[in-house]
Design a protein around this ligand. Sequence first.
Ligand SMILES: Cc1cc2nc3c(=O)[nH]c(=O)nc-3n(C[C@H](O)[C@H](O)[C@H](O)COP(=O)(O)OP(=O)(O)OC[C@H]3O[C@@H](n4cnc5c(N)ncnc54)[C@H](O)[C@@H]3O)c2cc1C
Length: 431
Amino acid sequence: MTTYDAVVVGARVAGASTAMLLARAGAKVLLLERSPYGSDTLSTHGLMRAGVLQLSRWGLLDQVAAAGTPPVTRTLFHYPGSSPVRISIRASQGVPALYAPRRKVLDRILVDAAVDAGVEVRHGVSVTDLLTDVGGRVTGVRGVDAANRTFTAYARTTIGADGIRSTVASAVHAPVERTSAAGGAVLYGYFEGFPTEGYEWAYGSATAAGLIPTNDGQTCVFVGTTPERLRLARRAGAGTGHATRVDTGTGTGTGTGTGTGTDAAFAELFGLAAPRLRHRLESATRVGGLRGWSGQRGHIRRSHGAGWALVGDAGYFRDPITTHGMTDALRDAELLADALLAAWAGQRPEAIALAAYQAKRDALSSQLFEVSDRIAAYEWEATEIHQLLREVSSAMSDEVSLLQTLPPRPLRPVATVMDGLVSADMPSAGR
Ligand SMILES: Cc1cc2nc3c(=O)[nH]c(=O)nc-3n(C[C@H](O)[C@H](O)[C@H](O)COP(=O)(O)OP(=O)(O)OC[C@H]3O[C@@H](n4cnc5c(N)ncnc54)[C@H](O)[C@@H]3O)c2cc1C
């Protein structure tokens, strides 16, 4: 039986990054993921500057670009009744441009980097429960593999990077410290022949839309509104004879399910949010089905306890309308990895190191959490959305400033300094 320094549940932006950073520092890490290697998930994928900065600092940005992810050098804001506002993305400190890699591209790059760092990765396995010692400290996980065989794995720290409906958070009864009031709905799809100048965000009457240039020459196009408004639009569209299957993705999200009227609702909402871009939508060709998110309130959970920690959406989820969840996850992966490494090296008691991780995460997140909630309520007027977006921008600047103060990361695994203990009775499974 092997004991790992960390067992990480969930191998996407939060989990694969945390596992990679720990392993690069010499830790023995097991990374467990239910879905197949290289699979997609329910998410658009615009990265903000802090997320791109992380990929650059970790030596992975070249791979993102090499995968054919187009550089984004400009953001356009479309407001009702005024000309678009163009903001150039200036190249600075390892961030030549922004990028929006498809999740099947980015998550795979992160998992491969984790493997290169020495992480043991298993896809197709589900963690079902946590192991605890007599004092109640979490000591590892219990789960099942694709062949329905059970396994256990032991670790100093069990990390829940398992998304919104985190099994780890439920098992430890992680208290929810804040919830948001609103949870917006999203429909999105991929289009060919939809040129963009960069990221383009549009705001209309209780609606928003976005254009995100991505891999394979495609543009991810989304619309956002309230769940109620989306339901009404789909119901109205159902009478028009349009019908489409809504792909709810393979992730942990709340899909809107199969339904009629979705094409018509998408076109209507896009037209409301971005009337000046409608002609571009009409002359583009959609590739595949629309994907839907029916909305969920944000949460900030307590993110640590004896033998466990949470990272990414498992610990902190805010409305996707500000396209920032992946960037948060990449940021918090490093904050958590540093806290654990300090604790394991005896530099700080575990509880203090992890409390500092949460405090830093919360300080960086609270402004974005609040402003995302206000945007997701779709109760703003055109004049107010400017101000809300300025607040988003200010919160993002604080985040970049913090990341720029972090020490450089080793780009390769360093000589092992951690003591792994036991070996898990894991079934073998390829990634
Ligand atoms: C509609 C929508 C659009 C979005 N658009 C953007 C955007 O443009 N930009 C942006 O930055 N963010 C966006 N987000 C947010 C972003 O998707 C999330 O913040 C991000 O995926 C969080 O990453 P994560 O690694 O924490 O969790 P996830 O990506 O949810 O990964 C968790 C993983 O854990 C695995 N897992 C769960 N339970 C178990 C278990 N018991 N055992 C084993 N494995 C398990 C799951 O299979 C999953 O792969 C969007 C979200 C939505 C819903």
